[in-house]
Design a protein around this ligand. Structure first.
Ligand code: M6R
Length: 369
């Protein structure tokens, strides 16, 4: 069942190149137009939408945080992302012109289900992004986009996350297409870039031995911090969540720009800090700022573990450990940058003798509020 792997999680990490390709399958017609037939919400209604609210929990919430960048950039519709467990308790402002996007691997998460029920009571349309056919969340939504990742057995979500991201990018592009903020050629370019991701993830997977070795060397540490910026910020949060649930270590993710507003006080000699570096091409200002952050924490003793694009030489002098990822467009970087963090957490858990597929105290789907 585990296909020769020691754990389902390892199998599911390895399945990611195929999973992301499967999410794209059948959703683009011969002329490069997106055909999301499953989105059974009238195009006229989609044109009327004045706000998008994403609700989700855990890893799916991190996918939502990343989706916000793509949605706002490509559609110019304001987008909020909220933990499903917080959402309905604060009396959110919703009406017929709000589109609520519920992201859930299992489709059974009670917090997310309650949030979408609340949204529908307010007259909002709900679109589910889900991996489990026929589960409760898609059944109670107006429309569903399935991620087609195949069954995810390990409690720690891996391939579901990557495919949720792909599905979110598709939704963002589709809204852009319907609303006319994104045109044929532009959409086609992103689709091509998304189609390339599968082999880039494969490339990352082939170079993971040094990451595993590094993880083993950190097995007696108490804390690991993660820093990122822009779409790298949710990636940092996801890296920290993986480490908490699998290695039972104290792990925290921060927006790198927040360092000087508090977290930098945590830096001490030999503290491992993982930094997700944005591409030096795209938004190069952010790149340069993060390079100075790396310098700052290293000067205070941090052991820097830097995830940076191939060819980014500016980080080399400040990286105690350098993990290379292929160059991607800025918005798509999370699809490759998350993979080393999954491998890192899985290996650390193994080195600490933890049960990888069934971490203590956790369930695969959380069906209570
Ligand atoms: O099935 P869902 O996507 O709704 O689950 C949401 C979270 O419970 C889930 O992502 C959880 O955080 C994972 N264990 C993370 O690896």
């Amino acid at each position: 069942e585990k296909g020769g792997y020691d754990y389902f999680m390892l199998k599911e990490i390895a399945e990611q190149p195929k999973a992301v390709a499967d999410t794209l399958l059948g959703r683009i017609d011969g002329s490069g137009r997106l055909t999301l037939d499953e989105v059974r919400i009238e195009q006229s209604a989609l044109r009327e939408i004045d706000k998008i609210v994403i609700v989700a929990c855990g890893t799916a919430f991190h996918a939502g945080m990343i989706a916000k960048y793509a949605i706002e950039h490509w559609t110019r519709v304001p987008c909020e992302v909220e933990l499903a467990s917080e959402f309905r308790y604060r009396d959110p402002i919703l009406d017929q012109r709000s589109l609520v996007v519920a992201i859930s691997q299992s489709g059974e998460t009670m917090d997310t289900l309650m949030a979408l029920r609340h949204a529908r009571e307010q007259g909002s349309k709900v679109l589910a992004i889900c991996n489990t056919n026929g589960s409760t969340i898609p059944r109670e939504s107006d429309a569903v986009l399935y991620t087609h990742a195949g069954p995810e057995v390990a409690v720690a979500s891996t391939k579901a996350f990557l495919t949720q991201l792909v599905a979110c990018y598709l939704v963002a592009l589709y809204l852009g297409q319907v609303r006319g903020t994104k045109w044929g050629d532009e959409i086609y370019t992103v689709i091509r870039e998304l189609s390339d991701i599968s082999k880039q993830v494969d490339q990352v997977l082939e170079t993971m031995e040094p990451v595993r070795e590094l993880a083993r060397s950190l097995k007696d540490k108490d804390t690991v911090l993660f820093l990122g910026r822009h779409v790298g910020y949710p990636v940092a949060l996801e890296g920290a969540l993986k480490l908490k649930e699998l290695a039972y270590m104290h792990a925290e993710g921060f927006a790198a720009g927040e360092l000087k507003h508090g977290p930098i006080a945590l830096i001490e000699e030999d503290l491992p800090v993982v930094v997700v570096v944005p591409s030096p091409r795209g938004r190069s200002v952010l790149h340069d700022k993060i390079v100075s952050n790396i310098q700052e924490i290293r000067a205070r003793g941090a052991r820097t573990i830097v995830i940076a694009e191939e060819g980014d030489e500016a980080v080399v002098p400040y990286a105690d450990h350098l993990i290379r990822i292929p160059a991607t467009p800025t918005l798509l970087q999370p699809l490759v940058a998350t993979v080393p963090l999954q491998v890192f957490a899985c290996e650390l858990a193994t080195a600490r003798g933890n049960e990888v597929d069934q971490p203590r105290n956790l369930a695969k789907s959380v069906t209570v509020e």
